[in-house]
Design a protein. Structure first.
Length: 237
């Protein structure tokens, strides 16, 4: 009888612990599946643009701030609609240089200006503002599109599978993996700022992007999320 009671008690405790783990407000990661879409870089690859900006038409070579580098886009852009050939156009500037119109900027000692090259009806265009992207892609009509649009206009990064890094130092609970939701009026997208500058520890921040259907957007204050102890002694200019 004692053995039977002990077994029953153990089973009840095990089931209770499983139930509590599902509703535990102190869980370390709120998990969401990574997006399944992909981005096709075929067009700009065929043009040879990822080797040299000489692929650009003459009118884009003659602009005030010519493109220095052209980069392929990763799969985070795959939810954009319409499906237009697109690539990242980058320029590096420093304090003494003029400001270059751009969709967003990143940088440490220098500023990296990000614009986009987009082919529309056979014509290559340079998009150098968030308003330019809005004109191409609004209205935003799905959660997948909202996620990719938020990435495109902010330069932030979608991160999933965060439980795969148990040795990261965590500064908030839970870490919310990247996903997009729609409440009937606006989209909410969870992304991360993982651009590293200065000396460690390098803390990755969690940022919520609110995307309206008309393409306008706002960003929350960044919240320190986690850091990789392996980068604590690293200094990045």
């Amino acid at each position: 009888m004692k053995r039977a009671l002990a077994l029953i008690s153990f089973t009840v405790l095990l089931l209770a612990s499983c139930r509590l783990s599902q509703i535990n407000p102190f869980k370390s990661v709120e998990e969401y599946p990574a997006p399944e879409f992909t981005f096709d870089n075929t067009r700009f690859t065929e043009l040879g643009c990822f080797n040299t900006p000489d692929c650009l038409p003459d009118d884009l070579k003659a602009i005030e701030f010519p493109v220095d580098w052209i980069y392929p886009l990763d799969n985070a852009y795959g939810g954009l609609d319409p499906k237009l050939p697109m690539a990242q156009a980058g320029n590096m500037g420093f304090a003494e240089d003029p400001v270059i119109p751009s969709v967003f900027t990143k940088g440490c000692m220098g500023t990296y200006y990000v614009r986009y090259l987009v082919e529309v009806d056979g014509e290559m265009r340079l998009i150098d503002s968030a308003e330019g992207l809005k004109a191409l892609y609004a209205p935003i009509e799905s959660e997948d599109e909202a996620l990719s649009y938020a990435v495109a206009v902010t330069g932030l990064t979608p991160l999933n599978d965060l439980n795969a890094h148990p040795f990261y130092k965590r500064y908030t609970r839970p870490l919310i993996e990247s996903h997009s939701t729609f409440d009937g009026k606006q989209f909410t997208v969870n992304l991360y700022d993982d651009y590293l500058c200065g000396c460690g520890p390098h803390i990755v921040s969690m940022v919520t992007v609110t995307v309206q259907q008309d393409g306008s957007f706002t960003l929350s204050e960044p919240l320190g999320a986690f850091s990789d102890p392996k980068t604590d002694g690293m200094c990045i200019d």
